[in-house]
Structure formats: C-alpha cells, structure tokens
Design a binder for this molecule. Structure first.
Ligand code: GUN
Length: 291
C-alpha cells in the first residue's frame, strides 16, 4: 500500500487566499490587521523565520511591524516594547520569536503579552483557555496539524491518537486539540515504555520529537494518518521525525517533509492574527480558522 500524500503546501496556499479575502473585507470596513514580530539577537534560523513571516503577512494584505533588537538588550527594555505594542490599537497580534537570549526569562516575556494579542498561543491564559474550551489563541503548528487531520479524516471522534513529544509549543497543545475533537489521546515521550507497540495502536500518529527518521515503518498501524512535525537538518537535507519512504508504504496518509506541516505554521499565524483582529473589533471569529 502507498499512502496518500497530505499536501500542506497547497492547503496553506488555499488558507492564505481565504485570509486575504477576509482581510480585504475588513479593510472595506476601515480595519487593517497588524502583526508585530519581535526578534532579539541574530540567530540565523530565527532571522529566516521572521523574514518569511513578515513577507507572508504583507502578501495577505496585513500590516507587518518588525522589531529587531540587539542580543544584549535588557529584559526590561524588551518588556517596555511589549507594553507599547499591547497598548497600540494598530497591532492586533504580537509574536516574540523564540529562543530568547539566555539572560531572559522566556515565560515572563511571553506572559507580558496581552493574551488577546498572543497569536502564538503561548501565554499561560491561552494555555488555560485551550485546556478548558474557552476562546483561546491556539499555537500555530498544532492548529495547522488539526486542520490537515480534519481535512483528511473528517470527524476525529473515537479515533485513537498518539502524540510523540510533550513540548509546550507542539505536543501538549496538539493533545488538547485532539481531545477537544473527542479523539482518545496518548502523549508519549522519551520515558515511554515500548513506544513501537504504543504507536501501532494509533489511527492518528503525530511525531514531534525533533529526531531525524525516529519513527519506523513497523511502528505505523496500516492505514493510519501520520503527521510529521519534525524539521531536522541532516547530510541528506531536511528530513522529518518519520522514516518517510518506508512509513509511506504502510500509512493511509502521511505528510511529507518539507511541504507538509511546515507551511501550515505561518498560514495559521496569519489565521490567528485575523481572529485576534476580529475579536478586538467585536466581530465573530472567521469561519474555520479556530478549533
Ligand atoms: N521559534 C520556533 N518556533 C516558534 C514559534 O512557533 N513561535 C515563536 N514565537 N518562536 C518560535
């Protein structure tokens, strides 16, 4: 059997088109969504992400505000900027690119962002809102995975889901989203006993461990839907957390790397910025962009 390829690149392009249409409608009412991205320091990978975010923000018709700060600024200076962005009505979304320099307290910085502008969904209030089914801003990568899963499978209720990885950015919010859709969810991690046997039970397998080709084909239940969140740089180029070529012979559907989950992350950042703008203006959430 050969799996269906889940084309995240095409899905993300469609999502951006929809967002651009919604932005146009907002502009007709005199509202232009604005996203502020804050980069501290010169981490090369972060610089690439931030450039890409700014470019796509402008492409869908939103305003992009980039704040590039030197690696040695104090945490207080960063907090002062965040306060200013919180108070600025032209800014609907705020993203502070991670990782931050080691002299900063990441949690304190994230929790200084107005939760209604926290388009990353990392603020502790948004974590709580997601866990309790209240209007959260949802982390972009798991939101993108959920959209792909719903598109592929329709109703997720009653499905057995295994999430590999327990990070705050992907694993934990992914599990919450799957639970909200009434899947039966297991979170596995480095101490999990007999990982292959556990994964073999999964109708939905989400891999977010950051280890190249970690998930083997014989861990995959025949016909399962496999979502590979991994982006690992190797001598063979970019590869995911799943041994793709072999797993694609067993799975029912699978995301490639690159071109699977990756493009969904920035598209969902734009979706969250649109949602935040709608809420800030007392408008209903745009259809299909929130869980
Ligand atoms: N660094 C790597 N991924 C992310 C992300 O999703 N959001 C932010 N703010 N920083 C990141």
């Amino acid at each position: 059997m050969t799996a269906t390829l889940i084309d995240g690149k095409a899905f993300a392009a469609g999502l951006r088109e929809r967002i651009a249409d919604e932005v146009k409608a907002l502009k007709d009412r005199g509202i232009t969504p604005g996203l502020a991205v804050v980069l501290v320091g010169e981490d090369p990978a972060s610089q690439v992400y931030v450039r890409s975010k700014g470019k796509q923000t402008v492409q869908v018709g939103m305003n992009s505000y980039e704040h590039k700060l030197s690696a040695d600024i104090s945490q207080d200076e960063l907090l002062t900027l965040i306060e200013r962005l919180n108070a600025d009505p032209a800014v609907n979304g705020i993203l502070v690119q991670l990782p931050l320099p080691s002299h900063m307290d990441e949690a304190a910085v994230i929790n200084a962002i107005d939760p209604d502008k926290d388009v990353d969904g990392f603020h502790i209030q948004n974590v709580g809102r997601l866990a309790t089914g209240q209007n959260a801003m949802v982390p972009c990568t798991p939101l993108g995975c959920l959209m792909l899963l719903r598109d592929q499978l329709g109703d997720l209720s009653g499905k057995s889901a295994v999430v590999l990885g327990r990070s705050n950015i992907v694993g934990k919010p992914m599990a919450q989203l799957l639970l909200r859709d009434s899947a039966t969810v297991t979170i596995a991690h480095s101490r999990t006993v007999d990982l292959p046997q556990l994964c073999q039970q999964a109708d939905i397998l989400v891999a977010a461990v950051g280890r190249a080709n970690f998930v083997k084909a014989d861990w995959v239940k025949p016909g399962a839907t496999v979502i590979d969140v991994g982006i690992n740089r190797t001598d063979d180029g970019l590869v995911g957390d799943v041994d793709f070529a072999a797993a694609a012979q067993v799975a029912g559907a699978i995301t490639p790397v690159p071109g699977g989950v990756g493009p969904m992350t920035i598209a969902c950042l734009l979706a969250n910025t649109l949602t935040a703008t709608a809420r800030a203006n007392g408008l209903p959430d745009p259809e299909g962009l929130t869980p």
